[in-house]
Design a binder for this molecule. Structure first.
Ligand code: GLN
Length: 275
């Protein structure tokens, strides 16, 4: 069956934006092309591919996994079901990290649980003199992150498969950043996130297991004056702040995301406990 771009967009059951993104992907064109050439007839292969994409979308698969791409900061990242899809609110973490770096000085930064590499690659591209270390416990995930670095030609990130901080020497970093899993086991929100890797989303009964581990341990791996920056759930700010306090961090501050929700908490380690 043949069809023009205009008819397809008129008759599709998908939401308009989803349909445009998927059709542009099938045709290998931009969305504005669809408006410039509405009378263009699709090949039967393109038509079939669009129908397949449509079915996947109807089953609830996120657009980013269908196209294999997601925009984050200034970068276009490859994503697969082995990586969380980068969220816009995580750009707040990047912003706060950049504010704590001066561009000329070489700084050593760890991004723990990097997924697609979104945070590490954004910081690295803004600060070519910095040295980023991006970790993930899943070898498949770290492969995607490393592939993103190569495709985007960002040389100052090294990638490592490891469990949080286990691979590092004490006092190694000027800054440690992470968007760890922070959703509670059984949280209803997870029903909308079934396509994404659960180990990147879920962290124990309170959702705070990974965050607690990072707050308790990061200080040993920070140099004196180093910063820890963590993304967390919007209801977790008080608990996270308290844990930062009990663990001896200073200058503790929580920042709001674009929706006005507390999303990132930071703290500074003025004296590294092992020095
Ligand atoms: N912000 C994501 C969500 O709620 C969760 C990401 C995470 O657990 N780190 O959809």
């Amino acid at each position: 069956m043949s069809s023009t771009i205009a008819t397809l967009l008129r008759t599709t059951q998908l939401e308009r934006l989803d349909a445009e993104i998927l059709l542009a992907e099938v045709l290998g064109v931009t969305r504005s092309y669809l408006y410039t050439w509405p009378e263009k007839v699709l090949s039967s292969m393109a038509y079939q591919q669009f129908q397949q994409f449509t079915q996947r979308r109807f089953r609830g698969e996120p657009i980013a996994y269908i196209t294999g791409r997601k925009g984050f900061w200034t970068l276009e990242l490859e994503v697969t079901p082995a990586t969380l899809i980068p969220r816009p609110e995580t750009e707040l973490l990047v912003e706060q990290a950049l504010q704590r770096m001066t561009s000329q000085q070489v700084q050593s930064v760890a991004d723990l649980g990097t997924g697609s590499g979104a945070i590490a690659l954004s910081i690295a591209t803004e600060n070519p003199h910095s040295q980023l270390t991006a970790t993930d416990q899943n070898p498949q995930t770290i492969q995607i992150a490393a592939r993103n670095a190569i495709r985007l030609k960002i040389p100052n990130v090294q990638f490592l498969v490891c469990d949080w901080l286990s691979a590092f020497h004490p006092a190694s970093f000027d800054m440690i950043v992470s968007n760890p899993p922070y959703i509670k086991v059984g949280d209803l929100h997870l029903q909308q996130l079934t396509y994404e890797p659960q180990q990147a989303l879920v962290s124990g009964k309170t959702g705070l297991n990974a965050i607690n581990l990072l707050v308790a341990n990061a200080k040993y791996y920070l140099k004196a004056g180093g910063w820890l920056l963590l993304e967390h759930g919007y209801e977790q700010a008080t608990a996270v702040q308290q844990h930062f306090q009990h663990s001896g961090y200073e200058q503790i501050t929580t920042y709001l995301d674009l929706a006005g929700l507390p999303r990132v908490t930071v703290g500074q380690c003025l004296a590294c406990p092992i020095n």
